[in-house]
Design a protein around this ligand. Structure first.
Ligand code: FAD
Length: 289
């Protein structure tokens, strides 16, 4: 039997009590899949600082899951970012997804470090590693970061982040597996050997996904648009199509030897549960009494 792939799940911190209840329903539904870790995003420019902390702290204290806290350094002093790192450490969080973050002027506009802030993500990673024995994951962009002059430049930046202490990269989402596989080839040729975990986004809402994809420069294959066309008011069929599309994508990656997957859950469990089953990841059977 082939080895069960490793999975991780990404959530965003909730804004209201209702959203919090819905997040925890999703976490509880996905927990039996025994993910390698579950990560919680850090809102643009640090806007969810307290909520991200509260969510990872609860994960660390009340569950058997391994939380990973996202952290950005844009528009913040070194001191304030280090305070956040110490808060994570004191709450029992041992894994940080270290990011630069988008400038308030928007994705794709030039990054200007805060005068008292970190110059780059590598700089941030070095500071995190000084604060404790953290595992550090970072981003990677199979289709190039919108701000980057070239894929080679992206790979140089990735190398600098690894030299600073990162041990895993999670990719921006993509729908064309060829782009990811070619990127991994280039990364390996550049001598990088850490896992480059594909970021998979189940299409909960095609219009919203298309908007995100446009913002971050991810190609939307014509076939994808065609499959979702006319389903805006038909959530049941849309969910079936979304599960089939993502299952096709992850199965094709698994056939290429990919054995780690990161899911952008959008705080919803159903599609992710179904897709995980397609790659052999399901709740572990309870031992007989
Ligand atoms: P880096 O990896 O440091 O750089 C990305 C690329 O931008 C580089 O490869 C380089 O080509 C180019 N670049 C960087 N700096 C410069 C420079 N000074 N000059 C020229 N080019 C440069 N954002 C959030 O706000 N919160 C989150 O929780 C969050 N989570 C994310 C999780 C994942 C897995 C991914 C892929 C992205 C996430 N983001 C998040 C988005 C991220 O903050 C943005 O994409 C941001 O624009 C870049 O941050 P980074 O850490 O990827 O930057």
């Amino acid at each position: 039997m082939t080895k069960r792939p490793g999975v991780s799940f990404e959530f965003f911190p909730p804004k209201s009590e209702e959203a919090e209840a819905s997040l925890w329903r999703a976490i509880n539904a996905l927990a039996p899949l025994k993910p390698d870790f579950v990560s919680v995003t850090y809102g643009a420019g640090g806007s969810t600082r307290e909520r991200t902390h509260a969510t990872v702290a609860r994960l660390a204290q009340d569950t058997d899951l391994t939380p990973a806290a996202h952290l950005t350094c844009v528009d913040a002093t070194r001191e304030s970012v280090i305070q956040v790192v110490r808060g994570f450490r004191d709450a029992g969080v041992k894994h940080i997804v270290a990011l630069r973050g988008d400038p308030a002027t928007g994705l794709g506009t030039a990054y200007v470090p805060h005068p008292d802030g970190f110059q780059s993500t590598a700089d941030l990673i070095r500071a995190i590693r000084k604060e404790g024995d953290f595992e550090v994951s970072v981003s990677a962009y199979p289709e190039k970061h919108p701000e980057s002059p070239s894929l080679d430049h992206d790979i140089d930046v990735l190398k600098a982040k690894i030299d600073a202490g990162a041990t895993r990269a999670i990719t921006q989402f993509f729908f064309d597996n060829e782009l990811y596989l070619r990127f991994v080839d280039r990364v390996r040729k550049a001598g990088i050997d850490i896992p480059i975990v594909p970021g998979i986004v189940p299409v909960q809402n095609y219009k919203q996904t298309a908007k995100f994809a446009e913002r971050c420069g991810a190609t939307l294959p014509a076939k994808l648009a065609d499959r979702f066309e006319g389903l805006d008011d038909d959530p049941a069929t849309r969910a079936l199509v979304a599960a089939a599309v993502a299952a096709e994508q992850v199965n094709a990656l698994a056939e290429q030897g990919v054995d780690l997957f990161h899911f952008y859950t959008m705080n919803k469990a159903d599609l992710v549960l179904a897709i995980c089953r397609m790659i052999g990841v399901k709740p572990e059977a309870k031992a007989a009494a």
